[in-house]
Write a protein that binds this ligand. Structure first.
Ligand code: PLP
Length: 413
């Protein structure tokens, strides 16, 4: 077993002490949590911030003159600024709080589609998208008589950019692709995708659900029109997410849902909507979620995203090498440029069977299609076993995972 204390840049034992759930036993074995791609665990700083909100601040925001309401409003809006800084958006008004990535995609598909998509128009997605970045565009295309075009992936699970270039035409109205594949971990060359789209003045939507937890993201540097991520994958609570939309879209878009919080004035004849992100945040928002998100972003920034990336990369390389030593293992998306996710299968053993036996040994991985059925169809497989790592994981845990996997293979072969 490797000594987990030896890593120079990241004090992993100190970090692990912040995550209470990591001390748990599962099936009488220490928990090894490698399902971070599905959702991350939460540090006590985030749990405490949410508890503090309920102990000391709980109140509805934006419309109250009393102290608690004003305090909660300040913290909610401060969370927006924290999110803005985290992805380097040019203005705080470009940050819309949503329930998560899925709602962000739906919001843009609804608002963009309503104003700018007509019969015969084309929207481009990729073969590796999560269903959440396919279905809203598919529905929009069905409703408007538009056409969904798909960037294919090669056998390594990389987008074929030559094919992407061929898809771009005067009919293309929007590109919607993932920054990092949730199934393969492959990091897409989104700068090139954006640059080619810009040559034809086509806006680009990036699904950052799997990128933001692993790397620094700068939306101005990328030049995308839209970027989104989910709080729960980045050490924050569920039910909160961020949609970045360039100011011009925030101004042009009509509200996605309407109701309290979205308006300036209402009469029975006419409603005038609020400016900026509030126009899209109908009803009482997820205040504690926003506060938890800001706390989580501050937490990872204190560690440093470069430190996180480097450490996670080391874990992934270590696990990849170990996996390759096992007979019958096939890794999907085994490329250089990837985030800390490994998808694999072993011979013809069903991924669920391996996942179940790993769980009996305390090891949590995800098995199945990972909400990317078209990608599974591309590889002609029902699913994979996916181990996804976080900076709180260790090489010692990878050793446990590998020996648990060896046992599972023995039992199932
Ligand atoms: N996009 C990607 C790449 C994802 O990995 C996920 C979740 O796994 C989603 C979208 C959907 O995110 P959420 O369920 O938080 O809305």
């Amino acid at each position: 077993m490797q000594n987990t204390l030896q890593h120079t840049a990241l004090d992993v034992e100190k970090v692990r002490a912040d995550f209470p759930i990591l001390k748990m036993q599962v099936n009488n074995k220490p928990l090894v949590y490698f399902d971070n791609g599905a959702t991350s665990q939460k540090p006590k700083q985030v749990i405490d911030a949410i508890a503090k909100y309920y102990y000391e601040e709980n109140s509805n925001i934006h419309r109250g003159v009393h102290t608690l309401s004003q305090r909660a409003t300040i913290h909610y809006e401060f969370a927006r600024e924290t999110a803005q800084k985290h992805i380097n958006a040019a203005a705080v008004n470009e940050i819309i709080f949503t329930r998560g990535t899925t709602e962000s995609v739906n919001l843009v598909a609804h608002c963009f589609g309503k104003l700018f998509i007509e019969k015969g128009d084309e929207i481009v997605v990729s073969e590796m998208e999560h269903h959440s970045n396919i279905l809203p565009w598919q529905v929009l295309c069905e409703e408007k008589g538009a056409v969904l075009k798909v960037i294919p992936v090669n056998e390594n699970g990389e987008l074929i950019l030559e094919e992407y270039k061929k898809l771009l035409s005067d009919k293309t109205k929007l590109i919607a692709v993932t920054h990092v594949s949730n199934t393969l971990g492959v990091i897409n060359d989104v700068k090139e995708i954006i640059s080619l789209a810009k040559q034809k003045n086509i806006p680009v939507f990036l699904d950052g659900a799997q990128a933001v937890p692993h790397m620094a993201v700068d939306v101005q540097d990328l030049g995308c029109d839209f970027y989104c991520f989910s709080g729960h994958k980045i050490y924050a609570p569920t039910g909160i997410g961020v949609l970045y939309a360039k100011a011009k879209w925030v101004e042009k878009f009509e509200p996605y849902q309407v109701g309290g919080g979205t308006i300036k004035t209402v009469t029975f004849d006419k409603t005038v909507y609020a400016d900026g992100p509030l126009k899209f945040e109908a009803g009482t928002p997820n205040m504690e979620g926003a506060i938890g998100l800001a706390t989580a972003l501050n937490y990872i920034n204190e560690i440093g995203l470069e430190t996180i990336s480097t450490y996670e990369d080391e874990l992934m390389q270590y696990a990849t090498e170990k996996l390759k030593q096992l007979a019958g293992v096939k890794i999907y998306g085994d490329v250089k440029h990837k985030a800390a996710v490994i998808s694999f299968n072993v011979n013809n053993i069903h991924p669920f069977d391996i996942g179940t036996i790993l769980d009996k040994q305390g090891v949590a991985v995800r098995t199945g299609h990972h909400c990317t059925q078209p990608l599974m169809q591309h590889f002609n497989i029902p699913g994979t076993i996916r181990a996804s790592f976080s900076f709180y994981n260790t090489k010692a845990e990878i050793d446990i995972f590998i020996s648990a996997l060896e046992k599972a293979i023995k039992m199932l072969s």
